[in-house]
Design a protein. Structure first.
Lengths: 320, 145
């Protein structure tokens, strides 16, 4: 396997830098070799650019892919949108000689070339496949006794024919990672349903997008969860900022939203502040206190144990 | 006929029943995709209510690439200048900054506090390249329509 270039995208560095910080810290702790894809630009965002003009979308994506090719590294994404744009473009360009040549005509003008020599990864499937649930569980120092609502996000799983990560109706791999931190992945109705942000809906129809978010939040609350765990900053923004918006409408959820990097960091012993939880709009002090207590209690008891992995993690999906 | 695959649809409605947006909006994915086989749907606002979640495409018993069809229909609408103001704004962010969500002063300060990279030379190079490419593909012209 090649080393990894971290592709941070737009939303994480520019709105939720805590996720970027958390990702770097957990990758280092796990001994993963990574470096930034320094001159990367927008992936570009699938919802708008793929809708607008396929060639522009492919060309901008191919520039990012070419940057990683120059370094001879694979790309590691921490956002479902970046994963979707870069992975889909990579697959399309690898298999379509005509498009590859068209894109290279544009790339030539900036002295670059796309050759199709690297792979695009997402941190969730990377951790599951290349690190493994058992090894991740072994690395955990502070098993988190909390109840989590796992949100995969649409583009991590779908289209399944391209993603090849198994079922989009009853996925389990992300739940397995979450349970490796000691947390319980709580089943809830509509678990695989969309957060409402994608496809340019959030940017053009904010109110409408929040109706879909409210649908999800209502069902998470009903299931009794301590936090939401996601794999994408766009879903993250939708749940975090969405709760603030719905608060003004009289709904007070107060569910803290964590990217998986942040949850994993807490289980590795980093503090809530080191993981940037205070940089969310929704800051739930009770949750932060609970995490601090868990981390302190284990320290007092001189915890030496390992996570006992459940034999068969539930998919946690109930009918939509 | 640009997408003859659509004609294999037997109107079962699984797509619409699976649509998270259709629960709350006037988007009827079954109807809009069927209509697109016989007429121009560029003017329909529903085209932009799809979150591209792919539920419909995944569940279609005929295996019709419904979400991909929506993306194609959207690009046809864009060619005719049917662009929502909010989307045009995002495109302009890309042209001005190389990013769809630009870094603001508040988050630049947070990045510094967290000890994260603030590599302005690299970002400048990215922006320069992006603009050469956008000119080359004609994207700037496209969004001015």
């Amino acid at each position: 396997m090649k080393e990894l270039s971290l592709f941070t995208g737009c939303l994480i560095p520019n709105r939720y830098p805590g996720i970027e910080k958390a990702t770097g810290l957990v990758l280092d702790r796990l001994g993963v070799k990574w470096s930034y894809l320094k001159e990367a630009a927008c992936c570009p965002a699938p919802g708008i650019y793929r809708s607008f003009d396929k060639i522009t979308w492919l060309t901008l994506a191919s520039r990012n892919l070419a940057l990683a090719e120059e370094k001879d590294t694979d790309i590691l994404t921490i956002c479902n949108g970046c994963f979707s744009s870069l992975m889909d473009s990579n697959n399309i360009l690898k298999n379509d000689e005509g498009l590859r040549s068209e894109v290279n005509t544009h790339l030539q003008k900036i002295g670059k070339e796309y050759n199709g020599t690297i792979e695009v990864r997402h941190i969730i499937e990377f951790l599951h496949t290349d690190i493994g649930v058992q090894k991740l569980g072994d690395a955990v120092e502070k098993p988190l006794d909390i109840r989590a609502a796992v949100h995969y996000g649409c583009h991590l799983l779908k289209p399944t024919r391209e993603r090849k990560l198994g079922s989009a109706e009853c996925p389990v791999f992300f739940d397995e990672l979450v349970e490796a931190t000691g947390a319980t992945s709580v089943p809830y109705e509509g678990k695989t349903s969309c957060c409402g942000a994608g496809g340019g809906v959030r940017s053009a129809m904010l109110e409408t997008s929040f109706k879909m978010t409210e649908y999800k939040l209502d069902r998470m609350i009903k299931a009794g969860v301590d936090c939401i765990v996601d794999a994408c900053p766009f879903c993250h923004l939708q749940y975090d900022a969405g709760q603030m918006k719905l608060k003004r409408n009289g709904k007070n959820y107060e569910i803290p939203v964590l990217h998986f990097s942040q949850l994993l960091g807490l289980a590795l012993g980093f503090t809530t502040e080191e993981m940037g939880l205070h940089l969310n709009e929704i800051v739930n002090l009770k949750f932060e206190e609970k995490i601090a207590q868990i981390q302190k209690r284990l320290l007092l008891n001189n915890f030496q144990g390992k996570i006992v992995l459940k034999n068969k993690p539930r998919s946690g999906v109930e009918p939509d | 006929m640009k997408n003859p695959e659509i004609l294999t649809c037997f109107q079962c409605g699984t797509c619409h029943a699976s649509c998270p947006s259709g629960k709350y909006t006037s988007l009827n994915i079954r109807k809009i995709v069927r209509d697109s086989a016989t007429k121009d749907v560029s003017d329909q606002p529903e085209l932009w209510m799809c979150t591209t979640c792919y539920n419909c495409q995944e569940r279609c018993p005929r295996g019709i690439k419904i979400t991909d069809a929506v993306l194609t229909l959207r690009s046809e609408a864009v060619k005719k200048g049917k662009i929502l103001p909010a989307h045009r704004k995002v495109c302009n962010f890309l042209i001005k900054t190389g990013q769809s969500i630009p870094l603001d002063d508040k988050h630049l300060e947070i990045r510094k506090t967290l000890g994260l990279r603030t590599d302005k030379a690299a970002w400048k190079k990215a922006l320069k390249d992006v603009n050469v490419l956008l000119r080359s593909t004609g994207f700037g012209e496209l969004i001015k329509r």
